[in-house]
Design a binder for this molecule. Sequence first.
Ligand SMILES: NC(=O)c1ccc[n+]([C@@H]2O[C@H](COP(=O)([O-])OP(=O)(O)OC[C@H]3O[C@@H](n4cnc5c(N)ncnc54)[C@H](O)[C@@H]3O)[C@@H](O)[C@H]2O)c1
Length: 379
Amino acid sequence: MKPAKITVLGSGIMGHGIAQVSAVAGHDVVLRDIKQEFLDKAQEKIRWSLDKMASKAKMTKSDADSAYARIRTETDLGASLADAEMVIEAVPEIMDLKRKVYAELDEQTRGRDMIFASNTSTLPITEIAEGLARPKKFIGIHFFNPPQLMKLVEVIPGAQTDGDVLNYTIEYVRSVGKEPVLCARDVPGFIVNRLFIPLVHEACYAMESAGLTKEAVDSAVRFRMGFPMGIFELADFTGIDVIHKATIEMHSRDDGVIRPHPTIEKLYNEKRLGQKSGEGFYPYSEQKYERVELSEELAATCDPVRLSAVLINNVAWLVENGVADIGTIEHAAKLGLGMKKPILEIMRESGRDALVRKLEELSAESAFYAPNPAISGLS
Ligand SMILES: NC(=O)c1ccc[n+]([C@@H]2O[C@H](COP(=O)([O-])OP(=O)(O)OC[C@H]3O[C@@H](n4cnc5c(N)ncnc54)[C@H](O)[C@@H]3O)[C@@H](O)[C@H]2O)c1
């Protein structure tokens, strides 16, 4: 893909990272936010990150400088769009705010042909597109945090998205060195969050019902299921606020997707947001990332069958509903969740029949667990 002109709306956690990876790939970027002080902060972070890459010899100092110079900041929306070919929106995950932003965008870009791509992690693309003048030009482009490091980008066409827009978006994702994964149907949570968010809640039920410690569940998730860290650790790392909001958005659209456990809302209300606030499921003594003590010995005390069963059930749901095939799901889980073990191997280790039996047994507690018939076809 030849260098394009990209406008990124929102310079927060995701927006500044998307601007950076775009500029490193040679695209000209305009980064827009509502206040100059936010943009100054974003530029500081980009400079720091580029300098770090240069110091680790991941790029030359001169390439880092050129990338930095390719990012212009702007508070005026009209000026930020002057010659944009693609707008990537990374404003907060609030439907009303996104709609307002797209209404402004439509107003400012009448008669022009640019692509609008949303970095939303949970809001349905087709639903955001309802208010748009050109829904055919609109698509989901879900980068993972931090965009500078995470390879996965879920690409989600809405019901009306043009094939050309999909192809262009995939090309753009590849151009910034990321791996696009097509989420063929616009379902709540897309692929990765559809696997991850329900598992956090399920881990709370598992801990409660078996009288286990967080560390025991987390050790099993890490050492027996092949996650890069425990599920509670991963929740703290992601942010309890992010999990709570994703839960609400996903569950309000499909109450079969998650069985919410009250702990998440409680932690959120108590402002125990994870690493970022110094406490979530675990306390953290410093702002910087800190590992929780997990071990293979502790893992041996917890059979993660309940978590594996819910994971497999959700995989089956994604396959059954034509969202992605098993290979795509495995790829997305590996890149987006850092899973070191294929999901099918988790299933083989527990035994497909044992997982189905577990789901049947749990169905007495809630219809959420009803085993998906597509489990039998997973291979
Ligand atoms: N944080 C994550 O882990 C993560 C991961 C993947 C996707 N996302 C998604 O990315 C999007 C942004 O999330 P974030 O975590 O970067 O949020 P953030 O709060 O860190 O940043 C949002 C930025 O948008 C700015 N903003 C608000 N209104 C604006 C407007 N009208 N025009 C331009 N900028 C505006 C805010 O000032 C802020 O700087 C959300 O849709 C979120 O769901 C977040």
